[in-house]
Design a protein around this ligand. Structure first.
Ligand code: NAD
Length: 479
């Protein structure tokens, strides 16, 4: 199957006729081709967005809202087709794509379709100076959205929906590793009546297509989700051009378990927070710290539960863990496991490739649990982004807080305790943008979403995203 770019409401081949292979992770086979779009393709997409902006920036909130809601409905009506495509492209269990990825992509459009009707700008009365200030919140113009492979449509739409809701026109690039659902989305956009040119989707490699978007002098803002190294590179290119930047990057999230927690709920949730989506969620808790009084109990119970997870073909109903996204990624994760072993990590479970009958070339890996004795080892410091967690005991609150914060990342943390004062103390001091207490991945789309330190700059979600995608302009009138 050949994927095409979607520019000015039409499906077109890349101008250079340059293509990349698209692999199915469950079988290891090539099943299609993706454009590797050039600077010229990006320019074409930009020109289309620029001319659509004249009209789109002047549409009423109601009109934008109606279109976004229609996109959400059409995604829901096509749930099965999208979920199967996402699973085939990414390797994730189709059950997950059906219950998480695609419903959330629809929610993103619905949420911002509603949010834009509630978005308001401020006014400030300058008492004593006979003046009133009001702030305009105008769309920026043409903006760039670049997303990763782990939650393909979910994260792609998390950027696009607020960008177009706020009146911008977009040049967007999904990951070249998982382009399929972004391509299918293009079909829905026409059906929903999104005017041509408002959203243009160009496919291709980061170094060619992504770079051309970031370098484009007239694309005024870049919303990026992906690796920390890529984020640093994008910042280097974009900052001297004074572009607005939103960077959602990597993580090495602590999962802190105190003895006074609700044990069963914690255990069940910790299995999820470790291995959902093959551990390939930026929010997965990959460093598990357990209070020493329950460490042995936790270790045994956790390993028992992990043993029960089924690794298998993504479309099998009993599969808990599907295939990793690509061969290079599988090899990278295996390398991390080897490093952990060489640094004294003890493999409590997993660590090996899995051969799934009938799909011997697929990229399957056992869920892996490693016991470590200090937080400075590389497996506790570097992002693995796979089905690999470490566990380690701690004695005091102070000690665990220090270890939790002793990484370059600061995306999310999970805290398991029923002690209110401890919850408040720890939440005040944890250096992460998101803190879950006695839960994980509970998402309210109104909340600020993003990381500190090397996990990013800026926040997505709710009005934060609408503020990012608008330019505030203050008007001061003296009377
Ligand atoms: P990546 O950085 O390799 O790629 C992300 C996107 O950037 C892709 O579309 C890629 O083509 C593009 N890209 C690469 N080089 C580029 C360049 N020079 N200019 C412009 N674009 C470029 O990341 P990935 O491997 O696709 O995704 C995994 C990473 O994403 C992990 O580090 C993970 O933690 C992170 N992530 C973060 C969040 C978050 O919300 N903080 C969410 C999901 C994933």
């Amino acid at each position: 199957m050949q994927i095409q770019n979607y520019i000015n409401g039409k499906f077109i081949n890349p101008l250079s006729n340059n293509w990349i292979d698209n692999y199915c992770p469950a079988t290891g086979e090539v099943y299609g081709q993706v454009p590797n779009s050039s600077k010229e393709d990006v320019e074409k997409a930009y020109q289309s967005a620029k001319s659509a902006f004249k009209y789109w920036s002047q549409t009423s909130f109601e009109e934008r809202s109606e279109i976004l809601l229609r996109i959400a409905e059409l995604l829901e009506a096509n749930l099965e087709r999208f979920a199967e495509a996402e699973s085939k492209d990414n390797g994730k269990p189709v059950s997950m794509a059906k219950t998480i990825d695609i419903p959330r992509a629809a929610s993103n459009f619905r949420f911002f379709g509603h949010a834009i009707t509630q978005f308001a700008s401020e006014s400030h009365e300058s008492v004593g100076q006979n003046a009133i200030n009001y702030t305009l919140r105008q769309p920026i113009g043409v903006v760039g959205c670049i997303s990763p492979w782990n939650l393909p449509l979910y994260l792609f739409t998390w950027k696009i929906a607020p960008a177009i809701a706020a009146g911008n026109c977009v040049v967007a690039k999904p990951s070249e590793v998982t382009p399929m659902t972004a391509y299918l989305l293009s079909e829905i956009l026409n059906e929903a009546g999104l005017p041509k040119g408002v959203l243009n989707i160009v496919h291709g490699l980061g170094a060619t297509t992504g770079q051309a978007i970031v370098e484009h002098p007239e694309i005024k803002a870049i919303s990026f989700t992906g690796g920390t190294q890529t984020g640093a590179h994008i910042a280097e290119v974009a900052a001297p051009m004074f572009k607005k930047l939103s960077l959602e990057l990597g993580g090495k999230n602590p999962n802190i378990i105190f003895a006074d927690c609700d044990y069963d709920n914690m255990l069940q949730t910790t299995v999820r927070s470790s291995f959902t989506n093959q551990g390939q969620i930026c929010l997965c808790g990959s460093r598990i710290f357990v209070e020493s009084s329950i460490f042995n109990r936790f270790k045994n119970d956790f390993v028992e539960k992990v043993k029960q997870l089924n690794v298998g073909h993504p479309s099998e109903i009993h599969t808990d863990i599907g295939a990793l996204v690509s061969k290079p990624h599988l090899e990278k994760v295996l390398k991390h496991i080897d490093i952990a072993k060489s640094e004294g990590g003890k493999i409590l479970y997993g660590g090996n490739k899995v051969i799934v009958e009938g799909y011997e070339n697929g990229y399957y890996l056992e869920p892996t649990v490693i016991e470590v004795s200090n937080n400075d080892c590389r497996i506790n410091q570097e992002e693995v982004f796979g089905p690999v967690v470490t566990i380690m005991p701690f004695k005091t609150e102070k000690e665990v807080l220090e270890m939790a914060n002793s990484v370059k990342y600061g995306l999310s943390s999970t805290l398991w305790t029923n002690n209110l004062k401890r919850t408040m103390r720890m939440s005040n001091q944890l250096q992460t943008g998101i803190i879950w207490v006695n839960t994980w991945m509970l998402r309210d789309l109104r909340t600020p979403f993003g990381g500190m330190k090397a996990s990013g700059v800026g926040r997505e979600g709710g009005f934060e995203a609408l503020r990012f995608f608008t330019e505030p302009k203050n008007v001061c009138i003296k009377y």
